[in-house]
Design a protein around this ligand. Structure first.
Ligand SMILES: Nc1ncnc2c1ncn2[C@@H]1O[C@H](COP(=O)(O)OP(=O)(O)OP(=O)(O)O)[C@@H](O)[C@H]1O
Length: 414
């Protein structure tokens, strides 16, 4: 189900914003907007975020990410366009209704933690509930529970300055979780953290959300972070969303030179998964095939090994030429009884990095399966190395300033 839907959203800072939206719709560019002493911070943004999805908005500094996220929870009023939260148009809500909507449906985690220095960790974690008017015992119970979820049990009575940066951000996350809202908005939530701590926090968020299933809208300028966390990523440039896709789609089919120059330095082996490079197996046999049919397919494909699947593509095992020959001599009608189990098929979600050590010792195709053991395809060492070495087209004639800024942004993030 759709949790948040954004339709043709604009935010113009400056005089006569509505007139400038009209001009943008008629094809005006950013230069024209600047000439009118204004900034088009968000231009014609449309997307849906599904329940339980982690949707990342990614772009360089000034590309409009914070403005966009602030329109999603009504902290900023759009110049034009609509934002639906659970099918309710929040652009039509009064200030009071917006506050209630935020308390009940959306929590925000900020880059600089936004903790109160004179409140304990427990009081900071319970702050959202306090604002909501919850009773003291409910606040304590839910704040403790949220702190325990983020691994801060035992730290309840400490103060923010007694914590490391990573721990402070855990308190920020606990405060959002304690509010029990379905949607979390995270604005550069991990950007102020050291690279190692940042990675730990990313892991924690992934693990936590596998349990909690929250809808997360996460803003970052770090593409590696976007690719680790996002089910889908929206790439923003100068207020516009230039591409929305999975990490693999963005890596393999960048929409334009801007996106291409971003993805150039990404470690492909961390992003691409086994499923994305699996090839359809030429040597797939139906379990109801006769031994003669199996032997004929082996001859045709110049192989002495076939994968065998049932009608639902579920991998049942593998068939050797010797086993097929034996089944033929025994007069069997099909090959089911002579299958050998497939040793260790690869899960489709396995990152390529984890495949590499395995591939170097296995020259034969390895089956790739989904959670139901359905065969997605096979991977071969050649396919893995080709995918790793695939060049992303260089950004020709692109914006040099952007390319330099992208390099700088990636260099500061490991
Ligand atoms: N209140 C404001 N008044 C005028 N211009 C603004 C205002 N807020 C943002 N802008 C401008 O809108 C553009 C988008 O800013 P925004 O903060 O949304 O970008 P961002 O991608 O979040 O960048 P950063 O990561 O640096 O925060 C920028 O050019 C910024 O200067």
């Amino acid at each position: 189900m759709t949790s948040v839907r954004v339709e043709r959203l604009y935010k113009i800072f400056g005089p006569q914003p509505t007139e400038l939206v009209r001009r943008l719709e008629a094809g005006a560019d950013q230069e024209e907007i600047k000439a009118a002493s204004s900034t088009a911070a968000v231009v014609d943004a449309s997307f849906d975020v599904q329940e339980g999805e982690t949707f990342v908005v990614m772009g360089l500094s000034g590309s409009g990410k914070s403005t966009l996220i602030r329109m999603l929870n009504g902290l900023l009023t759009p110049t034009a366009g609509r934002v639906f939260v659970d099918d309710e148009d929040i652009t039509k809500m009064s200030a009071g209704a917006l506050r209630t909507m935020r308390q009940q449906k959306m929590s925000m985690v900020f880059q600089h933690f936004a903790l109160f220095p004179h409140r304990t960790v427990l009081d900071n974690a319970g702050y959202g509930l306090q604002i909501k008017g919850a009773g003291k015992s409910e606040i304590t119970e839910k704040a403790r529970e949220a702190l325990s979820l983020v691994g801060l049990e035992g730290w309840e009575e400490r103060y923010p300055q007694q914590l490391s940066g990573g721990m402070r951000q855990r308190v920020g996350l606990a405060r959002a979780l304690a509010a029990h809202t379905d949607v979390l908005l995270m604005d550069e939530a991990f950007s102020a953290l050291d690279p190692l701590i940042k990675r730990e926090m990313q892991d924690q968020l992934l693990n936590l959300n596998a349990k909690l299933g929250k809808t997360i809208i996460f803003i970052t300028h770090d593409l590696n972070e976007a690719m680790r966390l996002g089910d889908r990523i929206a790439m923003m440039r100068a207020g516009e969303i230039v591409q929305i896709g999975t990490a693999e789609q963005i890596l393999n089919e960048p929409a334009d030179d801007y996106v291409a120059s971003f993805v150039q330095d990404v470690d492909r082996s961390r992003v691409l998964s086994a499923a994305s490079i699996a090839e359809p197996p030429e040597t797939l046999l139906s379990a109801s095939a006769s031994p003669d049919e199996a032997l004929a397919l082996m001859r045709q494909q110049h192989t002495d090994r076939l994968f065998v699947a049932d009608g639902g593509q579920r991998l049942l095992g593998e068939l050797s030429a010797a086993a097929a020959e034996q089944a033929h001599q025994d007069g069997r009608s099909d090959v089911r009884s002579v299958l050998a189990p497939v040793t260790d098929p690869v899960a489709g979600t396995t990152p390529m990095k984890a495949l590499l050590s395995r591939m170097s010792t296995e020259a034969v195709p390895t089956p790739v399966v989904d959670e139901q053991q359905r065969l997605l395809g096979v991977i071969t060492p050649v396919a893995v190395f080709q995918a790793l070495c695939q060049e992303v087209p260089a950004a020709e004639g692109g914006d040099g300033a952007d390319a330099a800024a992208i390099k700088e942004a990636s260099a500061s993030d490991v």
